[in-house]
Design a protein. Structure first.
Length: 271
């Protein structure tokens, strides 16, 4: 089925909810569109009209009116069951984000080299406010399962990549992240701000960070920074392995070497 075929017109409009007017339903058009798009998640990639309304907090009639334009432009598609999903056109535009596109292109050869050495998950991540966003991931078939995916977000204190990025973030960002309530994913998740401050200080001193079974009880991750030519930490490279399978020291040497190699690639002028 072609992309254009997937952009079909939504079914006949439902009646407007009682007491709902165009003026109150609700806010600027772009804001409503973003709330609809934001209703999707990795856990809920396909949503019905009613689910979109509930998850976006918008009236059903408002969502329905906007779906036609979102489908036509390609931001959304409809599957065979009539549910909605993120469209390919939206991915095409998102892939142009400069922190993703140039970074991934420069880093990929070094990530592939690291993956060939460790035969485990290799990831590249950036910071967005108090979250870590993964812009690349290489996962061999034999790698331990992880909760990360390209484009996925996680709390910044629960992954090694996030800890590296937070360790080099502005003080205000660090304070905001440490003031939040941190969900406990496993018995090993660090939730105490005092312990986290010590981990961040160690990451700055050692040049790498470790997240030991914070997200799942069978994984350990080690990460190192990627810097620009003026010393700014712009990304983090990490390896995720099965807990107990490899020494932290060996992994730290590898990710630091990879981080330095990617950093040097940023200093190389485009040909």
């Amino acid at each position: 089925m072609t992309r254009h075929a997937l952009r079909s017109t939504p079914p006949s409009a439902p009646p407007q909810e009682a007491g709902t007017s165009a003026a109150t339903a609700t806010g600027p058009v772009i804001g409503r569109a973003l709330r609809i798009l934001g209703a999707f998640s990795a856990q809920r990639p396909h949503l019905s009209l009613s689910e979109l309304a509930r998850r976006s907090g918008l009236p059903v009639s408002t969502v329905h009116r906007m779906l036609g334009d979102l489908l036509l432009w390609g931001a959304l598609e409809r599957d065979a069951q009539g549910r909605y999903r993120i469209g390919l056109r939206l991915w095409e535009v998102a892939s142009l984000a400069p922190r993703s596109q140039g970074l991934r292109e420069r880093a990929l050869p070094y990530l592939e080299d690291l993956s060939s050495l460790v035969r485990e998950n290799v990831q590249l991540a950036v910071r967005d406010a108090s979250e870590v966003v993964f812009v690349e991931r290489i996962a061999p078939s034999c790698a331990v399962p992880t909760l990360t995916r390209v484009g996925g977000r996680l709390g910044i204190t629960t992954t090694a990549a996030g800890l590296v990025l937070l360790a080099h973030a502005p003080a205000a960002v660090q304070e905001e992240a440490l003031a939040r309530t941190i969900p406990r994913h496993t018995p090993f998740t660090l939730t105490d701000s005092g312990r986290l401050r010590a981990v961040l200080a160690q990451a700055r001193t050692c040049g790498y960070a470790v997240s030991d079974r914070q997200l799942s009880t069978d994984t350990l991750s080690v990460a190192a920074p990627v810097t620009t030519d003026d010393g700014e930490v712009t990304a983090a490279v990490s390896v995720v392995v099965r807990h107990g399978s490899t020494s932290v020291g060996a992994l730290a040497d590898l990710v630091r070497s990879c981080g330095r190699a990617i950093s040097r690639a940023f200093d190389t002028p485009d040909l």
